[in-house]
Design a protein around this ligand. Sequence first.
Ligand code: GTP
Ligand code: MG
Length: 252
Amino acid sequence: MASVSQAAEQPNSITLNANMTPIQTKLVLLGEAAVGKTSVVYRFVQDDFQENREPTIGAAFLTQRCRLEDRLIKFEIWDTAGQERFHSLAPMYYRNAQASAVVYDITKAASFEKAKNWVKELQRQANPHIVIALVGNKLDLVSDKLDLNAEEDSDKIVESDNTDEEAAPAAQREVACSEAQQYADEMGLLFFETSAKTGENVLETFTEIAKHIPLEAKPTSNQTTPSAGNARTELVDLQRRANASGREGCSC
Ligand code: GTP
Ligand code: MG
C-alpha cells in the first residue's frame, strides 16, 4: 500500500520541483471534547504525544506537506474544539473543506453518537464531495483489542488483566469495531481505529484520506485564513517516512 511521506522543509530532505504544485487540501477535525483530535493531529505532524493535553479553545491551524506517489499534498488542518460551547463555530471550519476526520473515543459510546451527529451535519451542510474519515481513537486503552460487543465471553478480559501487572489498566471498549465499520460502510466513510499515543494507524488514516482527495482539489477560500495567534508555518524536522506497516484500518 502506498503511504504518504511527510515532506520536511529542510532543503536536503526533499527536492520540491518548482513545477510540482501542492494540492492544497483543507481538512477539518471534528468530534466530542477529549476524544483526542489534537493528539491525533500532533502525532501526524510532529510524531509526538502529550498526556493530559489542554482542551483546544476555538480551533488550531496546522499544515503538513505529504508526498503520495507522484503527488504533493499540502494539508491545511483545522483542529476544532470539541466543547459544546464552540459547536456553532464549526461551519466556519468545515466550509469548503475537502476532507474531515470525525473522531470518537472507542471507550466512550457517547462520543460515537456525537461523531454520527457530526457526520450527519457534514453530509447535510459541507461540500458534497467531502472525504470523511471516521476515526475511533485511543486504541491503546484496549490493548487486548477485544471487541466487547462482539465478544460474549467477558471472562477473557479478566484473564488478560491479570497476566501483566506492569500494564496500564485496560479500559472497556464501548464501541465495537464491527459496529463502527458497518456504520462507516453504510455512510460511505473511510474508517480507522487509531492510537495517538502509540501512533497506530494515524499515518494510515491520513494516507487513505490523501488517496481519496480528487487531483483537482483547489486552494481553499481565504474566509478561514488563520489568525497569527494560532497559525503554524510549515513544520520542520519531519524526516519520518511513513512506511506501509501492513496494518489495516480496523482490527475487527
Ligand atoms: P478538545 O480540544 O477539548 O476537543 O479535545 P481533543 O479531542 O483535542 O482531545 P486531546 O487531544 O486534547 O486529548 C484529550 C486527552 O486524551 C488528553 O489527555 C490526551 O493525552 C488523551 N489522549 C488523546 N489521544 C489518546 C490516545 O490515543 N490514547 C490515550 N491513552 N490517551 C489519549
Ligand atoms: Mg483539542
